[in-house]
Design a protein around this ligand. Structure first.
Ligand code: PEP
Ligand code: MN
Length: 646
């Protein structure tokens, strides 16, 4: 049951409502739903809801239309973000769990953990207690196995997840695991659910092989009602008439469950398919339909595995899978989550790369600046990189982002530098010259989907004016060309355009902006996907300020060694000078990925050259190329050395 409270209800009246519910056999939990504060009441109590309705401060009483209440999206509209040690699951990220089916020995789990961590897995999996179909099959190493796994995870800064098979074992295992897994065979072991739920640890709840979606969500409800706050659902294939694959991956369940529940949903392609060769394809399908992550079995020697060898990936196959997932994630509006590299955890003196690359920087209490307001594309990029909890500092322009980072009011900033349909955002390139102490420390590629939006009830024929940022107009040129009668009015950001319409409430004005901006400011979408081409990506860079010649790198981006650099230089006015400058790079075998010229302000017909290039494995070659270029060019400024987006 859901009790909607008045916005101005006093603390005293809230307490009264709570007490009333509790006296009648319900447990009440306060939650927010959009602008509303709700008490979600669960339990077996019985009361006449009309009595509840009469209490001061109660606006509405609603029994959810679903038998599961705490897990329902009707109770909580926003995605739940589950925290497992340093890792988050849900929201705008793809979280990958990997490891062997079972812990087989201390060496095996340590070696597998190192391999999957290197490829980018952020949580280590492995069974210490194995619920096997045959009583004669390997049953797991038990508590000893769990100790080995904990040790392997700790050595690499990786939280672990392991299956718990009985209520008696749960308490014993609690301190040795970061997340409990409830296996498919135990999804409806209600005593187990209640005990595990009461321990307060995150829980990964697998779907039973013959469980309906509703039964699965009701099992999640057991966990939540018993006290668990962090629950992740895992689709692992269901039993159908098909026997070629081990199970049938119910791909349609993912968007359905994401619609019904706020809990994160991940996919285990290994147990679903049962055949190694299909794990990659199924994983990508899962990401494409909106899964929040994957749980994949990996073994360093699958042929000798004690269990599930045929479905376990070789480490190299897992490495390829991670690359594919990283490339696909932006299409689904997400970002692959990474952890700081084990190296930077160990050596926090900032010497991991050429003395200029500091260790991952913890963001606790720090702000990140972006240009615009709630719902801006830059805000989405910021969230994808830094997570939902990061304090965001909205500022009115790109130059204010640079100012905020320079004066320290923000630790980092996020600005767009290039769009795949319309090219470079020159204003930001020019700002790097005005702010030589600001450097690029990271990069992200965000898919941009534009929508036409207006206040509720507006029809296309009523529109006379369209508001957006100049980039919004340029990226939707083909659509706008079909409506030459519309007057185009440029606003500082797309989100500003949306807000102005929400305030003016005029039915003759529409905006071009993101779906998130429409949601944030209460506008109605008239048409979605109006950009010239769906392959519309904007490259955002993360900027920070150089300190003592070093650059700070946010933890989320510090996972891997930088592989890309951007610089700007000018050349002498003589034949072949550009060629000679570029040969400083090609001479060291360095691959250039972008070259662009820009007029120099105040010097007509003189140009600056902007170059992006791939950093070679051998750092010495980079140093040599930069020294040569410095001698050859008239001026040279390194804009940043960072990890490229895929
Ligand atoms: C496992 O994850 O190793 C496992 C036994 O999975 P499931 O419960 O999905 O069969
Ligand atoms: Mn297994």
């Amino acid at each position: 049951m859901i009790v909607v409270l008045s916005k101005d209800i006093s603390e005293h009246d809230t307490k009264l409502v709570r007490a009333f519910l509790e006296d009648n056999g319900y447990k009440a939990r306060e939650q927010t739903f959009g602008d509303d504060t709700l008490l979600s009441a669960s339990g077996k109590g019985q009361l006449d809801t009309r009595e509840l309705q009469l209490l001061p401060g109660v606006v509405r009483v609603a029994a959810t239309s679903k038998p599961y209440e705490l897990a329902s999206r009707e109770t909580q509209a926003e995605d739940s973000i589950v925290t497992v040690g340093p890792v988050k699951v849900g929201g705008a990220r793809i979280t990958v769990i990997a490891g062997p089916c079972a812990v087989e020995s201390r060496e095996q789990i340590a070696e597998t953990a190192a391999r999957v961590r290197e490829s980018g897995a952020v949580i280590l999996r492995g069974g210490a207690f194995k619920p096997r179909t045959s009583p004669y099959a390997f049953q797991g190493l038990g508590m000893k196995g769990l100790e080995y796994m904990k040790e392997a995870g700790e050595a690499l800064g990786m939280p672990i997840v392991t299956e718990v098979v009985s209520p008696e074992l749960a308490l014993q295992m609690k301190d040795l695991t970061d997340m409990f897994q409830i296996g498919a065979r135990n999804m409806q072991n209600f005593e187990l659910l209640k005990r595990v739920g009461s321990l307060g640890r995150p829980v990964l709840l697998k779907r039973g092989a013959s469980a309906t979606i509703e039964e699965w969500l009701l099992s999640a409800e057991y966990l939540l009602a018993s006290g668990a706050r962090d629950v992740i659902l895992c689709e692992r294939g269901i039993r159908t008439f098909e026997t070629f694959t081990r199970n049938t991956l119910d791909i349609s369940a993912i968007p359905v469950v994401k619609g019904l529940s706020h809990l994160p949903v991940i996919v285990d392609p290994s147990h679903a398919l049962g055949i190694r060769a299909y794990v990659n394809a199924a994983s990508l399908a899962a990401v494409a339909v909106g899964a929040d992550g994957l749980a994949v079995e990996v073994h360093t020697n699958p042929d000798a595995a004690f269990s599930d060898g045929p479905q376990s990936l070789y480490p190299d196959q897992f490495e390829k899978l991670m690359r594919d997932v990283e490339a696909l994630a932006p299409v689904a509006g997400k970002e692959l989550q990474r952890l700081p590299s084990p190296k930077s955890l160990a050596a926090s003196d900032g010497t991991a790369f050429s003395g200029a690359w500091t260790a991952a920087f913890s963001l606790v209490g720090e702000k990140v600046a972006f240009s615009g307001r709630s719902g801006a594309f830059a805000e989405r990029a910021l969230i994808n990189i830094f997570g939902e909890e990061t304090q965001r500092l909205p500022v009115p322009s790109f130059s204010s982002v640079f100012d905020a980072v320079l004066d320290g009011s923000a630790a980092f900033g996020v600005v767009p530098v290039e769009n795949s349909l319309t090219g470079s955002i020159h204003e930001n390139y020019d700002l790097f010259l005005r702010y030589p102490d600001i450097v690029i420390v990271g990069e992200l590629k965000l898919r941009i989907v534009h929508c036409l939006m207006a206040i509720e009830g507006t029809t296309l024929s009523e529109i006379k004016t369209i508001r957006s940022h100049a980039q919004g107009f340029a990226q939707c040129r083909n659509f706008l060309d079909e409506h030459t009668e519309w007057y185009l009015e440029t606003h500082p950001t797309t989100a500003d355009a949306v807000l102005s319409i929400a305030k003016e409430k005029s039915r003759t004005i529409a905006a071009i902006a993101s779906e998130a901006a429409a949601k944030a400011h209460g506008l109605n979408i008239l048409k979605a996907g109006i950009e010239n081409n769906p392959q519309n990506y904007t490259r955002f860079v993360v900027i920070s300020r150089k300190q003592d010649g070093k650059q700070l790198v946010p933890a989320a981006l510090g996972a891997q060694k930088p592989n890309k650099a951007s610089l700007v230089f000018s050349v002498a006015d003589k034949p072949g000078s550009l060629l000679l400058s570029l040969q400083c790079l090609s001479g060291e075998g360095i691959n250039m990925t972008k070259l662009e010229s820009r007029p120099i302000l105040g010097q007509p017909w003189n140009y600056l050259f902007y170059v992006d290039f791939t950093i070679p494995e051998d750092e010495g070659l980079l140093q040599k190329a930069l020294e040569d270029l410095k001698k050859e060019a008239v001026t040279m400024q390194v804009l940043g050395v960072y990890r490229a987006a895929v």
